[in-house]
Every structure is written in structure tokens, then in C-alpha cells.
Design a protein around this ligand. Structure first.
Ligand SMILES: Cc1cc2nc3c(=O)[nH]c(=O)nc-3n(C[C@H](O)[C@H](O)[C@H](O)COP(=O)(O)OP(=O)(O)OC[C@H]3O[C@@H](n4cnc5c(N)ncnc54)[C@H](O)[C@@H]3O)c2cc1C
Length: 453
């Protein structure tokens, strides 16, 4: 259900609603919904602290005296984690409100591939089908070094842009979920009843608040939860599309190209075709955002790609980089002080991980599965929502193992590329050697032929 934070009668649907296939349900598209949507603008990223506060002052006076609306659970943030949580709790029979500033998630460079454990978790949450329908599908990853396939991994992979994941999940929301387009300004959480105030002053009350606001920090601080940055600007990732005749070779495969020069501090380049026929490239590096390599890549991505991975040129033949190069900068952080009454953090609101390790979505889907299928239903079946209850989720061995693994694998990825201690240097060369021996033992059948030959 798409509804404003207070119903003031029907109004025509804004374009984004129509693109989500929701145009038939005009009963819940109120004037307020459209106004909020326009007011929040097109930015998915949270406002800065001062911007957010001034916005409250402007809009806070519009709805004084509005009676709070009550739910079992209010989910703040409709990214992958929040939307999946809202769907799962609604299916379990709870009254759920979901709040996000944007009706339709705009393009944003984040996870663009789903595989392995992620697909298992999506199936367990009964969310696989809706994403598979919006994705391109592959069954093999071919690892390439210096123009040779060193090894291959079989297994299903979905290629799908981040915003397509979020929007496909949002289409799965049933009418019983109260999805309101609104930015949350304040959360007051305690052991019985939680209060969530949106920027126009409307209030939502619930027994449990789920904070799924990703990397936004304002609400987390309201809850007294602090962020501990473990590694600032840990990685810089680039996302772009390629125009290449080589696309036909990619049909059922993802190609992973490893850097050919250690000094480039590039982890790998992943190429896969999307549903619209474009070849998508994800390049994961450990440069700093403003360093000369990063600046040079932004200025001339094709030349930098060819100098870092020279064998790509003869393999792919003529290729061009189409459109913009997206840049993603990741800080690695964990949270402290999260054991508190009334509110629980999931996904990137709780912790981030190295994008190159490709386990951010595993982490957040594990959160959703353990919270919404195991813990929250138990908590809601008895009175109160104190910190002892909430802590059961953070102490859940499945969640803990998933978070620890994400952090460990991410750090290993980085150290294998940039580590300077003798042990990492040894491991790096052992890996090069292993790749080389594998392709030799295979009689080099994996050597990729150039598109021109
Ligand atoms: C460049 C890059 C590449 C990545 N690649 C991969 C990959 O290949 N594989 C992988 O598994 N992971 C990858 N990740 C990680 C993965 O994308 C994230 O872990 C995931 O998107 C986090 O989802 P989330 O729902 O927790 O947060 P988000 O997706 O950030 O969603 C947060 C939501 O909260 C909303 N929100 C914020 N503030 C408020 C507010 N005040 N009120 C209401 N709503 C609010 C936002 O509008 C947004 O919709 C990558 C990340 C990056 C940056």
C-alpha cells in the first residue's frame, strides 16, 4: 500500500509510482504523498545533519496535532535490507510501515551481481523469483589472467543493477504494508513503544523500529549508536558500461580479469552482460579517491584499463566505454552501543564490508532472515521490547558468523593485493603461481582468442 503519512484525499499519481506498476491503486496516492515526494527531491543519499534539521523546521509545523499512527514494526529505509524486512514481516502477519524518502530508487552504483549464498538466502526469503525476472543470468565465472582462463567456477549468477534490485523488491510489497514516501527525522526508542517522526512532523508508533538506512548517520546518532570507522576510504570501485563486439562471448559467463601489475593495486575487473544488452564492468581497486591513479582513471578509463590489463585489448578488439563512470568509495565501519531498547540495526546501517569481496548483500540478507524469521516474531509475541530482547539478534551465531566472515574475507582480498608483509607477498605470489600452473596443466586450452583472430 502506498500511502501518505496522513491521508488528505486522492490525487493523481506521480510518474515514479506509475513506473513501479502501481498506477491502479489511486485510493492511497494522496496529495501529501505527492508533495512529500516533490519536496524530498531526487537524492537518495541522506541529507547532511544541518540540512535535515532545517527541513524539519520548515515542514514540522504543517501537521501539528496529527494523531500518531500505530504499527507492530516501523522499518526506516527502503533499500535492499529495509524492503526485504518489510516484505518478510508483513508476510508473517505483522502490521508494518516502511518509510523512505524516494518512491522509486534512482540509479546508484552498488551491488550489481548476486550469486551463491545470496541466491540461497533470497530463495529462503521467497524473494528470488522477483529478482531473477529483472536480471540477466549466468552459469559460470571464468577467471582470466594475462589473457588465459586460469580457472572456472560453475554456479548461478544474476546480473542486476542496484536500483533494479530495490525497485523489484518494492513491487513485491503487498497492499498491507504501509509504504510512505517520507524522510525520517527523529526516532525515540524505549522499552515499550517507539516513536518515529518524519520531516513534516507526522508520527509513527510501533513496538519495534528497524533501522535500515544504509550509510546515513543522523538517525543512528539519535539512537545513541556510534560508528567506529575501521578503515576510512578502504576501496574505490568503478562501474561503467562497455560497447564491445565481444559481448557475444559473454553470453552465459561472467569474466573476471585479474590485474597484470601488482603496482596498480587493482583487485579485479568483472564483466557481465545486463538485460538491456550492455556489458557492465565493475572494477575494484584499493586506491584513494583523490590519488593520481583514480584521477587518471576518471579522466581516461579506457587507456587506464588497457595499461593495467593489457591483454584485454587484443581479446576484446575494439571497445568503448559508454556513458558515465560511476565511482563508489567505501569506508569500512562497525557500530557500537547498538544494544538498546526498541530499535534494531540491519544491513549497512550496522556494518559495511569490502565491495570486492561481494558479500555485502549476503550480510544484509542474513540479517533480514535471522531478524524477521527468527527473532522479531518471538519478540512481538511477548510484551516489551527491551535491550535484552534486541541483543538476541546481535548475539545470533548465524548473524555473527556472517558479519565476521564479511569483514575477514574483505580484509583478505585487500591484503592479497596491497599487503607488504612477507606473508602477504608470499601468498600473492603463491596465487599467481597457482593460476599459472592451472592454465599450463590444462594445456592452455583456456587461452581466449582475440575477437579479431
Ligand atoms: C560501489 C559498491 C559496490 C558494491 N558491490 C557489491 C557487490 O558486488 N556485492 C555485494 O554483495 N555487495 C556490494 N556492495 C554492498 C551493497 O551494495 C550494500 O551492502 C547494500 O546496498 C546495503 O543495503 P542497505 O539496504 O543496508 O542500505 P542502502 O541500500 O544504502 O539503503 C538505505 C535506504 O535508507 C534510506 N534512508 C536513508 N536515510 C533515511 C531516512 N532518514 N529516512 C528514511 N529512509 C532513509 C535510503 O533512501 C535508502 O533507500 C557494494 C557497495 C558499493 C558502495
Amino acid at each position: 500500500m502506498w500511502r501518505s503519512s496522513s491521508d488528505v484525499g486522492p490525487a493523481p499519481l506521480h510518474e515514479p509510482f506509475a513506473s513501479l506498476g502501481l498506477q491502479k491503486d489511486t485510493r492511497h496516492a494522496s496529495q501529501r504523498t505527492v508533495r512529500l515526494l516533490t519536496a524530498v527531491g531526487a537524492a537518495c543519499a541522506p541529507l547532511r545533519d544541518d540540512e535535515e534539521r532545517s527541513f524539519i523546521l520548515i515542514r514540522g509545523s504543517t501537521s501539528l496535532g496529527v494523531r500518531p499512527r500505530r504499527f507492530d514494526v516501523v522499518v526506516v529505509g527502503g533499500g535492499i535490507a529495509g524492503t526485504a524486512a518489510a516484505i518478510t514481516l508483513d508476510r508473517a502477519g505483522f502490521q508494518v510501515a516502511l518509510l523512505d524518502p524516494l518512491a522509486v530508487c534512482p540509479p546508484d552504483f552498488r551491488a550489481e551481481k548476486l550469486n551463491g549464498e545470496q541466491l540461497k538466502l533470497l530463495r529462503r526469503l521467497d524473494l528470488y523469483e522477483c529478482l531473477a525476472m529483472a536480471a540477466s543470468r549466468f552459469d559460470r565465472v571464468l577467471n582470466v589472467k594475462r589473457g588465459r582462463v586460469t580457472d572456472a567456477t560453475a554456479g548461478e549468477i544474476l546480473g542486476i543493477a542496484y536500483q533494479d534490485i530495490v525497485n523489484a523488491l518494492r513491487r513485491e510489497l503487498r497492499a498491507s504494508v504501509d509504504f510512505t514516501v517520507a524522510r525520517v527525522a527523529r526516532i525515540e526508542a524505549e522499552a515499550e513503544l517507539q516513536r518515529v517522526t518524519v520531516t513534516n512532523g507526522d508520527i509513527y508508533e510501533a513496538r519495534l523500529v528497524i533501522l535500515a538506512t544504509g550509510r546515513g548517520d543522523v538517525l543512528r546518532r539519535d539512537l545513541g549508536v556510534s560508528r567506529e570507522v575501521i578503515f576510512e576510504k578502504h576501496s574505490v570501485s568503478f562501474g561503467f558500461s562497455l560497447e564491445t563486439p565481444w559481448v557475444s562471448r559473454l553470453r552465459n559467463h561472467v569474466f573476471t580479469f585479474f590485474s597484470e601489475r601488482t603496482s596498480d593495486v587493482v583487485d579485479y575487473l568483472s564483466l557481465f552482460p545486463m538485460r538491456d544488452g550492455a556489458v557492465r564492468a565493475n572494477l575494484f581497486t584499493y586506491h584513494k579517491p583523490g590519488d593520481p591513479w583514480t584521477r587518471a582513471f576518471r579522466a581516461n578509463p579506457k587507456q587506464m584499463l588497457l595499461s593495467s590489463m593489457p591483454s584485454i585489448g587484443p581479446l576484446m578488439g575494439e571497445f568503448e566505454i559508454a556513458g558515465e563512470v560511476d565511482v563508489g568509495i567505501m569506508d569500512l565501519y562497525v557500530t557500537n552501543g547498538f544494544r538498546r531498547d526498541g530499535a534494531v540495526l540491519i544491513g549497512d546501517a550496522f556494518q559495511t564490508s569490502n565491495p570486492a569481496a561481494g558479500n555485502g548483500v549476503t550480510r544484509l540478507l542474513t540479517d533480514v532472515n535471522q531478524l524477521c524469521k527468527v527473532h522479531a516474531p518471538r519478540w512481538l509475541s511477548t510484551p516489551g521490547m527491551n535491550a535484552a530482547k534486541i541483543s538476541q539478534f546481535y548475539d545470533d551465531p548465524v548473524k555473527r558468523a556472517s558479519d565476521e566472515r564479511a569483514m575477514r574475507v574483505g580484509q583478505t582480498h585487500r591484503s592479497l593485493v596491497v599487503g607488504t608483509s612477507p606473508s602477504w607477498v608470499f601468498r600473492r605470489y603463491a596465487r599467481h603461481l597457482r593460476h599459472g600452473v592451472r592454465s599450463l596443466l590444462a594445456g592452455n586450452p583456456g587461452t581466449l582468442r582475440s575477437e579479431r583472430s
